[in-house]
Design a protein. Structure first.
Length: 277
């Protein structure tokens, strides 16, 4: 069979972690799971939000921040991508911001040679408060302002991937602004409280309304800082069907993105062509 006769498919994997305050421990876990995904045939591997550090205090990530393009976290991510010959979407690490007491919460993309080829800084910052929980990302994170896209050429096929992070999921206008993509990549650390009610329905909505795949990589369990995250890393197809799901704990989900499936959904229900706004 010639290359042109081969189906246009992409094997992807989404890693789920229960990250700790120990940077090196988290990087070792990420490396091990990326290797597992690569050995299973994954060509693109996604890490969750805060994969490298779930600090005891919100300010811990400020102490660990790096300048874009330089630093031990980025060096190890580059090596992980190259050693496993995968495109690695590493979301997120703390990068230097304009304000000294804050960081940018950034997804970085590395190619199979370990070269940095893409970046997205989280735009929407999470704020949530109950009698027992309080989160205010704006106290330690500086918001980005540029939507994230990455174009990958794999085995002669072009794949257009949208980049967003966790709380961005609640803002459908961001996904519309990214235009037609093959898959939205969403690293996250959804809280247990909001995740159990909203995570799955929001992910499926983004897939259905944009007629594309959604690959979500989550934190999933009880962390040493007493935070509990929802987990349920998953791959969803353009019709909104869940193809793979990993409920809780450390592990990964994997699956195939198919150009044929994208074309099938978009041809039988051409909603993207019917848009008026």
């Amino acid at each position: 069979m010639s290359t042109s006769d081969c189906p246009a498919e992409l094997k992807v994997a989404s890693i789920q972690m229960v990250s700790t305050p120990d940077l090196e421990e988290n990087l070792a876990t990420a490396s091990r799971l990326v290797k597992q995904a690569s050995m299973d045939g994954a060509q693109v591997v996604v890490l969750p939000e805060y994969f490298c550090l779930m600090g005891l205090k919100d300010t811990d990530k400020v102490k660990a921040k790096e300048v874009f393009g330089s630093g031990p976290i980025q060096e190890q991510l580059s090596a992980i991508a190259k050693d496993n010959a995968v495109h690695l979407i590493a979301g997120t690490i703390p990068l230097e911001a304009k304000e000294i007491h804050k960081v940018l919460n950034s997804t970085l993309v590395f190619d199979t040679q370990g070269k940095s080829i893409g970046r997205y800084d989280k735009i929407h910052l999470f704020g949530f408060q109950t009698q027992t929980e309080r989160y205010q990302e704006s106290e330690t994170i500086e918001a980005g302002n540029v939507p994230g896209l990455i174009n990958l050429s794999v085995d002669g096929t072009e794949w257009r991937l949208g980049l967003s992070i966790c709380y961005d999921l609640r803002f459908p206008e961001l996904y519309r602004a990214l235009g037609h993509v093959d898959c939205h990549i969403i690293p996250a650390a959804f809280t247990y409280t909001t995740g159990k009610d909203h995570w799955e329905i929001l992910l499926r909505a983004r897939a259905i309304e944009n007629q594309c795949y959604v690959l979500a990589s989550a934190q999933g369990g009880k962390h040493l800082n007493q935070r509990r995250t929802w987990g349920n890393s998953m791959l969803i197809d353009p019709w909104g069907s869940i193809l793979a799901n990993f409920p809780e704990g450390e592990g990964l989900v994997a699956g195939i993105l198919s150009k044929d499936k994208l074309n099938e959904v978009r041809s039988k229900l051409p909603a993207l062509q019917h848009r008026k706004l």
